[in-house]
Design a protein around this ligand. Structure first.
Ligand code: IPE
Ligand code: IPE
Ligand code: MG
Length: 245
């Protein structure tokens, strides 16, 4: 019989590619933006569930560098949705002790949006609860390139640790668990650097349907994984016995 998973199996840092909003809407003969609206509701639920389970960091992919290539009305609908979500959600996030960060290329965003992002971060900056990173106008390749450019501009040698520190998502540890909903099994330019040793979990559920039970299934799958970080199974077992004693 397999060992019962220990209680300490909740991943500290969970990253999510929230995919499937468009298909959720299409199945209901609704416009794609209705799926994105439902996606915001799903995110609200997921944030609460993660706080309840003791997750330390939640990082979500909300808009990719490549999503600008979508039809104009969908892009402007998504920008509008983000603006509204900021106004509506920030007081509640603040109340819940959540610390909000936006990760992505801000230069490419309208000035008003940039200001709202900065204000939302400032409003929750003193919070010490769960960290919520919202990747918006984000691409893993953009992040690696901008980090390398920073080091080059300062004349610093490009080492792994220097690059790591210069990344937009450098605050906090790498994701332990990376979930993608919507059935696709790809990374789509999400945390290319940081997911080097993340456990990957793919769910067929569309993001608006990804509820607490689905999150628990993902956490249960995570609890069953053996993370070896390049070592052997025997070394991992010996290290965990040493920690237990
Ligand atoms: C993910 O849902 C949200 C964003 C990319 C903004 P999609 O809009 O990609 O949904 P599908 O993949 O078309 O169903
Ligand atoms: C990834 O989903 C981006 C976000 C969830 C924000 P996409 O729907 O853009 O990814 P692809 O195009 O299917 O790879
Ligand atoms: Mg998609």
């Amino acid at each position: 019989m397999a060992d019962a998973p220990s209680l300490n199996t909740v991943p500290h840092h969970v990253a999510i590619v929230m995919d499937g909003n468009g298909r959720w809407a299409k199945r209901r003969l609704m416009p794609r933006i209705a799926g994105h609206r439902q996606g915001v509701e799903s995110l609200r639920r997921c944030i609460r569930a993660c706080v309840k389970r003791g997750v330390g960091v939640l990082t979500v992919f909300a808009f990719s560098s490549e999503n600008w290539g979508r039809p104009q009305d969908e892009v402007s609908g998504l920008m509008e949705l983000m603006g509204k979500a900021l106004v509506r959600e920030v007081p509640e996030l603040k109340e819940a002790g959540i610390r909000l960060h936006f990760v992505g290329d801000r230069q490419g965003l309208p000035e008003r949006m940039r200001q709202s992002l900065t204000q939302a971060e400032a409003a929750t900056a003193d919070n010490r609860g769960m960290v919520l990173n919202v990747c918006f106008n984000y691409g893993g390749r953009w992040d690696i390139a901008q980090a390398a450019a920073q080091l080059a501009a300062r004349g610093e040698p490009i080492t792994e640790s220097a690059l790591d520190r210069a990344l937009a998502l450098s605050h906090g540890p790498d994701p332990d668990l990376l979930i993608r909903t919507g059935g696709e099994q790809r990374i789509s330019n999400f945390l290319l650097w940081q997911c080097a040793y993340s456990e990957l979990y793919f769910s067929d559920r569309l993001w608006p349907d990804f509820d607490e039970a689905a999150l628990d299934e993902a956490f249960a799958a995570f609890a069953e994984r053996e993370r070896r970080f390049g070592k052997t199974s025997e070394q991992v077992a010996a290290a965990s016995r040493a920690v237990a004693h």
